[in-house]
Write a protein that binds this ligand. Structure first.
Ligand code: SAM
Length: 310
């Protein structure tokens, strides 16, 4: 199996495919996975063909995101097709609302793990963040995912000053009780809000919180190929901290390439000026080798968004 690295010696291990821009909630903070608005989507067959090329250049892990991936009626077929390619890991990031309906089918289709964006246990706060009252559905979906055997089930909690920052311990206890891993995510700038005033107003400085976690953790691990994220083991529970903002270590250890819903290679979450069309050539019947060359061009376009210039 090939191992492909970019110009900054970062191996390409994982591919994150945004398979739709559609979503059934509207989170205050959402950065839409850095995608530009578009109604285009790839078919399961096109996704399969793209993944087949990705596999050939050494990608090992696949994550589906969006928009809301479970809004697609063919999501089980997409997972089935992906699973037939024998990747090391297949995962989905979802808001969990349709998980009660789909968790078992997805597990049987070959999905390994799942991340559920779930920022609060408080119904009023949930409604404030998502502008919908689906807290119960999301919570039941999370428990169903554990029940059917998806492992791990991680909770993505974006921390926002004055909104949910005071819920970290409640969320940790909920996670621990139900065998979940809690991921605390730093609020990033988002094109959703005109001038970034939202992320400036609600940005929560995770530094002091991390110091507290360091103090109470029985052990701490750094995940080198996962953007140098820190994992804290506390009282039989786990908290992972994701701090991408102005973080050169995060970028230095990024091993992820992205695909947009309309089938373009996106080398970085935070940029849209260096996308490369992949599904266009695929639809024109380009050979697998030619598609591989396009992938390699995308990888060659990668550069750390936050770079240590010292
Ligand atoms: N609809 C799916 C969901 O809700 O998980 C997938 C799409 S969502 C854009 C993917 C992830 O991006 C979620 O875990 C969410 O927490 C995270 N996210 C979105 N906007 C963010 C922001 N401004 N800062 C940090 N994380 C963000």
């Amino acid at each position: 199996m090939k191992k492909v690295e970019d110009r900054f010696n970062r191996p390409i291990i994982s591919l994150r495919l945004s398979i739709t821009n559609r979503c059934n909630i509207n989170c205050l903070y959402c950065h839409h996975d850095g995608m530009m608005p578009s109604n285009e989507e790839m078919t399961p067959d096109e996704i399969y063909k793209i993944l087949n090329v990705a596999k050939n250049i050494g990608v090992k892990k696949i994550r589906f995101s969006g928009g809301e991936p479970l809004i697609r009626k063919d999501i089980v077929e997409i997972i089935e097709k992906t699973s037939s390619l024998d990747f090391k890991d297949i995962s989905i990031t979802t808001n969990g609302i349709f998980l009660k309906k789909y968790a078992e089918k997805l597990f049987n289709a070959g999905l390994n793990r799942i991340n559920v964006s779930f920022d609060t246990l408080n119904p009023k706060t949930y409604e404030k963040i998502t502008s919908k009252d689906y807290l119960k559905e999301a919570k039941e979906g999370i428990l169903k995912a554990v029940d059917v055997g998806l492992n791990p089930v991680k909770i993505n909690m974006v921390l926002m000053k004055g909104i949910n920052e005071n819920e970290v311990m409640d969320m940790f206890n909920f996670s621990k009780k139900n065998g979940l891993i809690l991921q605390l995510i730093e609020l990033m700038k988002s094109e959703n809000c005109d001038d970034n005033s939202f992320s400036e107003e609600y940005h929560f400085n995770m530094g002091p919180l991390e110091k507290d976690l360091e103090r109470i953790a029985t052990s701490i691990k750094t995940r080198k190929f996962m953007q140098n994220r820190k994992k804290y083991f506390i009282d039989n529970g786990e908290i992972e901290v994701i701090r991408p903002m102005d973080n050169t270590k995060f970028c230095e250890n990024c091993t992820r390439l992205r695909i947009t819903p309309e089938g373009k290679i996106k080398p970085c979450l935070l940029r849209n000026d260096n996308l490369i069309d992949l599904v266009g050539p695929l639809r024109k019947g380009f050979s697998k080798k030619k598609l591989e060359e396009i992938f390699l061009k995308g990888i060659n376009n990668r550069e750390p968004f936050y770079m240590d210039n010292t």
